[in-house]
Design a protein around this ligand. Structure first.
Ligand SMILES: Nc1ncnc2c1ncn2[C@@H]1O[C@H](COP(=O)(O)OP(=O)(O)OP(=O)(O)O)[C@@H](O)[C@H]1O
Length: 263
């Protein structure tokens, strides 16, 4: 049976976007993926989540979105407990695979869907859709059916759909996977320029995390192995390699780089 520990009011601060206390999760009959995770994310932070395959990044995100229920522990989003199955418009999530996220006949309909369901009037919906198109640069795709788009185009449409809801926090799961250099750069520029949302971003693209995030969490073995400034954590070769990761190339001094190439 799931145990939900309620946080005392004194622990809830208006500056916290997300807080997990003792968050534990295991899939049925499997060992725990997350083991008593204590995590605090402040409003406005851009937090990268790195870790080897199977570390539990997507699982953590699904717990934060209320898609799955913690085995034990607690999750607070903007000071209010996350309840499984409850829709929280403050939080948007961009999944790894957009095929389940886009389902309307046109891109325009898809991006409008969320704000329409918030019960907003037509002019407000139109304004939000226009803004989301502008931010993501996908106005040209408005009348296209989403299932005819490329992977990168679908990703941007999914992002536009989430942004049109104006969430306070957005979770991105592997946002650069399958993106070409042009789309990846456009996404980086957009994420760096936006200041409105708190972001939680899982990625194996460490250069991307370095460019976009001001904090990084290294998740492995069900716990947080490191938490701090991306440049500092990722330049620690020993730490990175101990967790199945590589120090990003841009952080390797020229001399060390030359040496590695000849190893
Ligand atoms: N539905 C499921 N049933 C059983 N085990 C699962 C299920 N989904 C994920 N797992 C297991 O839970 C662990 C964590 O998976 P998760 O997808 O959260 O990791 P991840 O860090 O996102 O990995 P990746 O970097 O490969 O995307 C893995 O060992 C995985 O095999």
């Amino acid at each position: 049976m799931a145990i939900h520990k309620i946080l005392p009011d004194s622990m809830i601060s208006s500056g916290k976007a997300l807080q997990t206390v003792g968050l534990t999760y295991h899939y049925h009959g499997r060992p725990p993926v997350l083991k008593g995770l204590d995590l605090e994310i402040l409003e406005g932070e851009r937090v990268g989540v790195i870790g080897p395959n199977g570390a539990g990044k997507t699982t953590l995100f699904m717990l934060c979105c209320g898609v799955i229920m913690p085995t034990s522990g607690d999750i607070q989003l903007f000071g209010k407990q996350v309840k499984t199955g409850e829709f929280r418009p403050e939080l948007g999530m961009i999944f790894q695979n957009q095929n389940d996220q886009l389902f309307c006949p046109s891109v325009q309909d898809d991006v409008s869907f969320g704000p329409q369901n918030l019960g907003l009037d037509r002019s407000e919906v139109e304004e939000r859709v226009k803004e989301a198109f502008k931010i993501t640069g996908i106005g040209d795709l408005a009348q296209r059916p989403p299932h005819h788009l490329s992977g990168g185009e679908k990703r941007l449409v999914a992002i536009a759909g989430v942004l049109a809801m104006r969430p306070r926090m957005v979770i991105y799961d592997e946002p650069t996977s399958n993106l070409d250099i042009r789309f990846r750069r456009r996404l980086i520029n957009f994420l760096k320029s936006t200041t409105r949302e708190t972001m939680l971003i899982a990625s194996h693209d460490l250069e991307f995390i370095l460019e976009v995030c001001n904090r990084v969490i290294l998740l492995d073995g069900g716990t947080i192995s490191a938490d701090g400034i991306p440049r500092e954590i990722m330049s620690n070769r020993e730490l990175m390699e101990a967790h199945g990761l590589e120090k990003p190339h841009s952080l390797i001094p020229h001399k060390e780089n030359h040496h590695l190439e000849h190893e």
